[in-house]
Design a binder for this molecule. Structure first.
Ligand code: PLP
Length: 283
């Protein structure tokens, strides 16, 4: 497997990042995951814009321009020969003797890797998957795509142990998002999702649905918080994310959502998403 450190090609099995990288010791860094279809990055501009925002919020200097980052993505695709995959990118504050406060004169460290992904949609995408409502135990800056993912990791594991594909998190009675996805419900033909705030990550997939796909399909979107009972009474539900794309959620905590099978609004949104990928990446 190949990767990049600060733009230079490396063998992932042989390269070791210094012990005192603040990413290891404090989770002091940010990341992005971008899908590659047909040898091309999908929605890279939106991912890089969000990366810059995450860096700004943590006052980590953005060392690379958009063009440089795009070039690194292309280099990984070319060198790996992976046409359908996902590229992971991480920037940490850098290496410095361990101390909580920001070190001075530290240089951020960029690491990237590429992994293959299935080109064909899997069973969950086609037939729907189960969700488990779980308490949202994360910190209060979920809008930053930071390396601190313990809350998400613990939540996903809880869902997995219950035989569910995703944990749908609930904070103070209101449904926020999945552990690695955003969450939507459909009620009376209207799509509801948690508003942009510090309590959710504004997903690139979510943005594409809210700003382009739903309006094109004539599906009204309400960005307003809703509670657990509202979600359980929805006619349809789905999660969205770079890796998941659109996965219909056909059961929530053991109860069927609507008819318990994939609903028409979700299916239309999913197909419009794939059509958008096809247009941009020429699949
Ligand atoms: N919310 C969380 C907590 C995530 O980790 C992710 C993606 O990993 C998303 C939402 C979806 O974001 P995107 O659509 O940009 O992949």
């Amino acid at each position: 497997p190949i990767g990049l450190i600060n733009g230079k090609l490396i063998d992932l099995n042989e390269t070791i990042v210094p012990m005192e990288d603040r990413g290891h010791q404090f989770g002091d860094g940010v990341y992005e995951v971008t899908r590659v279809y047909n040898g091309r990055c999908f929605a890279l501009k939106l991912h890089v814009d969000r990366l810059y925002r995450s860096l700004r919020e943590l006052t980590i200097p953005a060392v690379y321009t958009y063009d440089e980052l795009a070039e690194f993505h292309d280099l990984l695709i070319k060198e790996s020969g992976i046409a359908d995959g996902a590229i992971y990118l991480q920037i940490t504050r850098g290496f410095s003797p361990r101390a909580h406060g920001f070190p001075e004169n530290v240089v951020p460290c960029l690491t990237m890797s590429i992994r293959p992904a299935g080109a064909a949609p899997d069973k969950n995408k086609l037939e729907g998957a189960k969700g488990l409502l779980i308490p949202d135990e994360r910190w209060l800056r979920c809008d930053i795509k930071s390396l601190n993912l313990l809350g998400n990791v613990m939540g996903k594991q809880k869902a997995k142990e219950a035989g569910c594909f995703e944990g749908i998190q609930v904070r103070d009675g209101f449904v926020t998002e999945g552990t690695s996805s955003n969450f939507f419900v459909i009620k009376d033909g209207v799509a509801w999702t948690h508003p942009r705030s510090n309590l959710i990550l504004t997903g690139v997939t979510r943005t594409l649905i809210v700003e382009k796909i739903a309006p094109d399909l004539g599906v009204p979107v309400i960005e307003k918080r809703f509670d657990e009972a509202f979600a359980k009474a929805a006619t349809e539900a789905f999660i969205s994310g770079t890796n998941s794309e659109i996965v219909p959620i056909v059961a929530l905590s053991g109860q069927p959502v609507g008819t318990g099978s994939v609903g028409p609004v979700t299916r239309n949104i999913q197909q419009a998403y794939w059509a958008m990928v096809d247009r941009e990446c020429g699949r």
